[in-house]
Design a protein around this ligand. Structure first.
Ligand SMILES: Nc1nc2c(ncn2[C@@H]2O[C@H](COP(=O)(O)OP(=O)(O)OP(=O)(O)O)[C@@H](O)[C@H]2O)c(=O)[nH]1
Ligand SMILES: [Mg+2]
Length: 440
């Protein structure tokens, strides 16, 4: 369903709107990114049209003069599509498409199109299709589909290519099927994750193209696709890496974030993003050479909050320092951020420090405890060794409070573990809570 041939010669006009709350600079910056997205989708951008607006026009978003200008320009350039940087209402899309006479996309539709093209695994495909259908469902009209849905090319990948699918009821059914499939995938993943319980889990998060996959490869000596393209990664990959002699963690590379990521997409990618939600610690990778890296940090933080992961411990990793021509920046940021590392993932610079800092962030969350466990509970003792750092183990006799029963041989374990492991151990240790050592 997804694999239509990429047409790399579609020409596009991109449109940015400046409102009283958005500065010219912000708009241009967002347009730069939109242009990159368009290129990623296989288009060639011929023109940038901007307008400053105090009031959005309900029928056509921009004013009628602008619509005429766009029509002339599109005719002159023989443009295949016009892409708006902001999300348009269905009626606006329809009216604009009719007035301008070529295919119209908004930013969300463009991002969805790229995701559809990138999706490889069945989970990613299902998630993208779901997001596309949710997007389509609100925008679907016969007029609109007549004009654009049959030509192929950018914005037409995925569902909606046949007339029959324009029926809302069918789309509703399809959405239900996809949700069921995702639920099954979720269950499988939950089962897979069971075996990972004894590990601390770390997720690489960050803006798209920051270098997450490159870092993943550098840390694990394995090949994850890293590319100078937006959204190279759509699936979560997990590898086991060693931070120091006796500390292995699981590290996951996942989908990158971007400004104005369509809400449907975040919802649909729940299953992939669960990896982030369930991790203990986050490594936030930032491309320090990007002129707007500070904005990127904010976008990532905001997205993490939306995912309910805003409170997790974070190591901020500034990447691409090999290509940085502002050496003072490293010192300034080093002072500003508490948990931070500066690296070049591509050149393998700073990775040892990164591992040390990551270990330090993980250990901040550690608690130290003492437990008395009867020697007969060999399994439990082994389990504690698996999930915790056992600092000392001594043997002695202990009994339950003023119980008359003879004392039992116990191991006194002093151990450190992440809070979550300490919590997980509670039920198993509860029966022995009252054990107190007795004089031999
Ligand atoms: N100069 C330089 N380039 C780097 C470095 N690390 C990564 N890159 C480049 O940055 C681009 C993006 O890298 P990826 O690892 O694919 O980025 P990502 O964060 O996984 O991107 P998405 O999967 O799209 O979210 C690639 O062209 C990398 O070669 C670095 O340390 N220095
Ligand atoms: Mg990647």
């Amino acid at each position: 369903m997804y694999k239509t041939q990429r047409n790399t010669t579609e020409s596009a006009i991109i449109v940015g709107i400046m409102t009283p709350t958005i500065t010219r600079w912000e708009m241009e910056d967002s347009l730069d990114e939109l242009e990159q997205l368009a290129i990623t989708a296989g288009a060639h951008v011929t023109d940038r049209v901007t307008q400053s607006l105090t009031n959005i026009q309900p029928a056509t978003y921009v004013g009628s003069g602008k619509v005429q200008e766009l029509k002339h320009l599109a005719d002159e350039r023989n443009a295949d599509l016009v892409i708006f940087d902001d999300d348009l209402a269905p009626v606006q899309l329809r009216n604009l498409e009719r007035a301008i006479g070529c295919k119209l996309l908004d930013r969300s539709a463009l991002i969805l199109d790229i995701f559809a093209d990138r999706a490889q695994s069945s989970a990613a495909k299902t998630q993208v299709e779901l997001a596309q259908l949710e997007y389509l469902r609100t925008r679907l009209t016969r007029q609109w589909t007549h004009l654009s849905r049959q030509k192929g090319g950018i914005g037409t990948k995925g569902p909606g290519e046949t007339q029959i699918e324009t029926d809302r009821r069918l789309i509703g059914n399809r959405i239900a099927t996809l949700k069921e499939r995702l639920e099954k995938i979720d269950q499988q993943r939950t089962t897979q994750r069971k075996g990972r319980d004894q590990f601390t889990r770390v997720s690489l998060v960050g803006y798209t193209n920051a270098g997450k996959s490159t870092l993943m490869n550098a840390l694990s000596d394995e090949n994850v696709l890293a590319e100078d393209r937006l959204f190279a990664t759509l699936d979560a990959t997990t590898r086991r890496i060693t931070l120091d002699q006796n500390k292995d963690v699981l590290i996951s590379d996942t989908v990158g974030f971007i400004r104005k990521l369509p809400h449907n997409l975040i919802e649909s990618f729940k299953s992939t993003l669960d990896e982030v939600r369930e991790s203990d610690v986050l490594v936030h990778v930032v491309d320090l050479t990007h002129p707007r890296y500070e904005d990127h940090i904010q976008v990532v933080r905001k997205t993490l909050n939306e995912l309910g992961s805003g409170e997790k411990p974070v190591l901020t990793v500034f990447n691409k320092i090999d290509a940085l021509d502002e050496p003072g920046l490293i010192e300034a940021l080093g002072n500003e951020f508490e948990d931070v590392a500066f690296i070049s993932a591509a050149r393998g610079i700073g990775l040892e420090t990164l591992k040390e800092r990551l270990l330090a962030v993980i250990e901040k969350d550690f608690v130290e405890r003492i437990a008395y466990v009867p020697m007969t509970e060999a399994k439990l003792i082994n389990h504690i060794y698996e999930v915790a750092d056992v600092l000392t183990e001594d043997y002695m006799y202990a009994r339950n409070g003023d119980d008359d029963a003879p004392p039992r041989a116990v191991a006194r374990l002093r151990f450190r573990s992440a809070q979550k492991f300490a919590r997980d151990l509670d039920p198993a240790l509860r029966p022995f809570q009252e054990l107190t050592p007795v004089e031999a």
